[in-house]
Ligand binder design. Structure first.
Ligand SMILES: [Zn+2]
Length: 152
C-alpha cells in the first residue's frame, strides 16, 4: 500500500515538473519569437528609412526601392561593405521565422487539459470533458448548463 502511494506521488511530481518544463520552454520560445519579430521589423524599418528620401521623390517607388536595395551601402558597420539588400533580407527572414516560431510553439507545447467527469443537473447523465468549460450544452439532453463536476 505504502509503496503504491509513493509511486503515485512520484508520478504526480514528475507530471508537475514536466508541465513546468513545458511552460518554461513555451515562455522562452515566445520571447525568442518576439525578439525575432522586433529585430526583423527594426531591420525592415531601417531599410525603409534609409531609402525613403529617394522613394518619396521618385515616380516609380517600387523599382527605385529595388534599385536602392542593391546600390545603397549604409555605413552600419565600419569597414564592412554592407548592401541594403542584406538588411532587407535579414529583416524578412527574422520576421517570418519569428512568426513561425510563435505559431509552432503554440502547436508543440499546448498543455493537455485535464479530463473530468461532468453530470447534467437535468437528466443526471454523465460524460467526460475538458475541465475548463464554465457553461456547456449537455450532450444528452442539449440543455445549456453549468456542469456539475463529479469524481470518477
Ligand atoms: Zn442533460
Amino acid at each position: 500500500m505504502l509503496h503504491k502511494s509513493n509511486k503515485t506521488k512520484r508520478q504526480t511530481k514528475e507530471r508537475e515538473s514536466r508541465m513546468k518544463r513545458i511552460l518554461r520552454t513555451q515562455k522562452s520560445t515566445y520571447v525568442l519569437s518576439l525578439i525575432l519579430c522586433l529585430t526583423g521589423m527594426a531591420a525592415l524599418f531601417t531599410t525603409l528609412w534609409k531609402t525613403w528620401p529617394q522613394i518619396s521623390s521618385s515616380e516609380n517607388a517600387f523599382s527605385t526601392f529595388l534599385t536602392l536595395l542593391w546600390t545603397e551601402k549604409p555605413d552600419l558597420i565600419p569597414g564592412l561593405e554592407f548592401k541594403l539588400v542584406y538588411l532587407f533580407i535579414l529583416g524578412d527572414v527574422m520576421l517570418i521565422s519569428g512568426v513561425l516560431t510563435w505559431i509552432l510553439s503554440r502547436q508543440w507545447f499546448l498543455l493537455p487539459g485535464k479530463t473530468v467527469w461532468f453530470q447534467c443537473p437535468y437528466c443526471n447523465k454523465k460524460w467526460k470533458s475538458m475541465e475548463d468549460k464554465a457553461l456547456v450544452h449537455c450532450p444528452h439532453c442539449r440543455q445549456l448548463i453549468h456542469p456539475k463536476m463529479i469524481e470518477k
